[in-house]
Design a protein around this ligand. Structure first.
Ligand SMILES: N[C@@H](CCC(=O)N[C@@H](CS)C(=O)NCC(=O)O)C(=O)O
Length: 357
């Protein structure tokens, strides 16, 4: 036991350097295992650390050389600041895996050097050395890993929780897979606040603040995130980017249909069968062995399809489409997916107007 937690370093980001040290901002997850001092058994956060430059190569294998200067305790995501972001709280999962902010040590060299995404690296499981007291000098520089602000639909069945928007989930999956910290701003889409239209005249979510600019539309947002945070790459090769892209519209056609013989079910089955053949040859994911942006877009749509067609039409993907079934199972069980998925009741309630209309 003691206060040396098992910590898995998810990513590290060089933020500055002095004569002797590189200053590194790490994003860590701890536990399950002995709880870190003041931390829950399973938690995540950011820590500003320093490391001797000649030890840097070792970091690829262990985080033992990291000397924490400051570790931010897990905290629930804050309520929104003033308008335009004043009216929501987070609905994040209760695991403590929340966006964190950390202040970096002030030092002439550390503050002049900008964040270097070139040194962004993913490390294996390691340990943080015991915490040293934060220096008493003023902390002035905001960490490069400042949480992204993400406006998302609020649950209609459980206010305060994340709602049922597949486009928002796609964005959150992208952020999660890139291990970026973020703060959620939940928006009640039934009572849209004025500030929503100020940052997106269309009044839609998701919206993400990137480099002080609000960006709307999941296509644009995920592309911008990929460009700003290229590691780990989630890029889908262009020739594969539209695989499975007709499934969502054909699913909606079938869901809305009131005539069992209008061909909408068959249209969906055809799209799913074509996707099944593709996966059989090229899977298990759209880009082969690794998950990529196209999966993060399609996964939430398949999730909505499964829940809503199951509920409203007692329909499920046929067993004959085994590759699609196994694809759905794999994507739906990813940690990032479980963490960002909508409540079943919200998905059902969200599609009701389409079914009734
Ligand atoms: N093309 C947009 C679609 C976004 C979208 O339709 N969002 C829905 C929630 S899932 C929304 O904000 N609806 C509010 C409205 O239409 O008034 C994207 O990919 O982000």
């Amino acid at each position: 036991m003691g206060c040396r937690p098992n910590v898995s370093i998810q990513s590290a980001h060089t933020t500055g350097r002095s004569k002797q040290f590189l200053y590194v901002n790490v994003f860590f997850r701890s536990g399950p295992g002995p709880a870190a001092a003041g931390h829950d058994a399973e938690a995540s956060g950011t820590a500003a650390c320093r490391v001797q430059e000649d030890k840097l190569p070792r970091l690829r294998h262990t985080s033992a050389a990291l000397l924490p200067l400051h570790r931010s305790p897990p905290r629930p995501l804050a309520k929104l600041p003033r308008p335009p972001l004043s009216s929501s709280a987070t609905g994040r999962a209760p695991s403590g895996e929340l966006g964190m902010a950390v202040l970096l040590r002030s030092s002439a060299s550390a503050t002049t050097a900008g964040p270097s995404s070139a040194l962004l690296a993913t490390f294996g499981r390691g340990r943080l050395l015991p915490r040293v007291s934060p220096p008493r000098r003023t902390f002035v520089a905001r960490a490069s890993a400042q949480p992204l602000e993400v406006c998302a639909k609020e649950s209609i069945t459980a206010p305060g929780r994340l709602g049922d928007c597949p486009f928002t989930q796609r964005v959150l999956l992208t952020i999660e897979e890139k291990k970026l910290p973020y703060d959620l701003k939940l928006v009640d889409l039934a009572n849209k606040p004025d500030w929503l239209f100020q940052i997106n005249p269309e009044g839609k979510v998701p919206i993400v603040k990137l480099e002080d600019k609000w960006i709307a539309d999941s296509d644009v947002i995920t592309q911008a995130i990929e460009e700003k945070y290229p590691e780990p790459s989630l890029a889908t090769p262009p020739e594969k980017a539209s695989i499975g892209s007709k499934i969502f519209s054909t699913f909606i056609g079938f869901l809305k249909s009131k005539d069992p013989s209008d061909g909408t079910e068959q249209a969906l089955l055809d799209e799913l069968a074509s996707f099944d053949s593709y996966l059989k040859e090229n899977g298990p994911f759209i880009n082969g062995e690794t998950i990529s942006a196209a999966d993060l877009s399609l996964g939430p749509k398949l999730y909505h399809m499964e829940i809503s067609l199951g509920h409203y039409k007692n329909w499920s993907v046929p067993d004959s489409l085994a590759h699609v079934k196994s694809y759905m199972k794999s994507v739906f069980s990813m940690d990032s997916f479980v963490k960002t998925r909508a409540l079943t009741e919200d998905v059902i309630a969200g599609w009701r107007p389409k079914v009734m209309g």
